[in-house]
Design a protein. Sequence first.
Length: 308
Amino acid sequence: MFSVIFPGQGSQMVGMGKEFYDKFDLVKNLFKEADDILNFSISKLILEGPKEELDLTANTQPAIFLISYSIYKVINNEFNIDLSKAKYFAGHSLGEYSALSCAGYLNFSDTLKILRIRGDAMQNSVPKGEGGMVAVLGSTVEIVEKILKNNEKSLSVEIANDNSEGQIVLSGKINDIDKLILILKENSIKNIKLPVSAPFHCSLMNKATNIMSDELNKINFIEGENKLISNVTANEISNTNELKDLLVKQIENRVRWRESVINMIGSGVNHFIEIGPGKVLSGLVKRISKEVKIDTINNQTDIEGLQI
């Protein structure tokens, strides 16, 4: 039993998807359609850069979705591998939008537009330089939560991503992040300050939540047949009203990726197929469970070796 999973921000690179673009008219057509929908050449930005512009959140989010969606369509349409048989579709943060679009809950055009808005809203929710994120390595959620609780009066930092065993990401104001780093060092807990432009998945994203609430209410979601796993609850979801509500909550809430993978495995999933640039999620899944099979699809050879 397999699940299809889609990566989030941080997986982007200039030239991603070029092999698929060069080989398949289907992908060329999707890139052209995306350019028309967004009213700028996102295809040129993906294929040629510059990296600094691709890394802007408002560009990164629709770009990663476009690559993930293109690869998904190639697997289904050019290689006749039916991924709709998946037990679950799931994605990490913006990857959740790739999941729901590929699973048929949201059309291609609406997904591109909403991710462009989402990226812009998240980028501008906090003035540049005021927020930050730090990755905590080799610790547990319980230990990190205890540290935050013991210091809640002096700093306001929240868990943004519970990614895997030993990898937790926190968000907050930059001054509070710097104070937390000192506390982590005192406790001999390894950490890395992340080179991000905003503190994602915490209450500082409140402006973005309000914008996304308005925008998501304008969209007609389709009743898909596949089950999704929500970042917010780590549980399965298929009701479109509940889905819309959880996508709004996702902006400020913790991405429960570790719990999501554990729950999928608990429901019988023993094979994960990561579709999109890079292999970040495959690495996280390996850290969560050594027992499951993982396929990362980044090129045609990967597809040719895929067995479901």
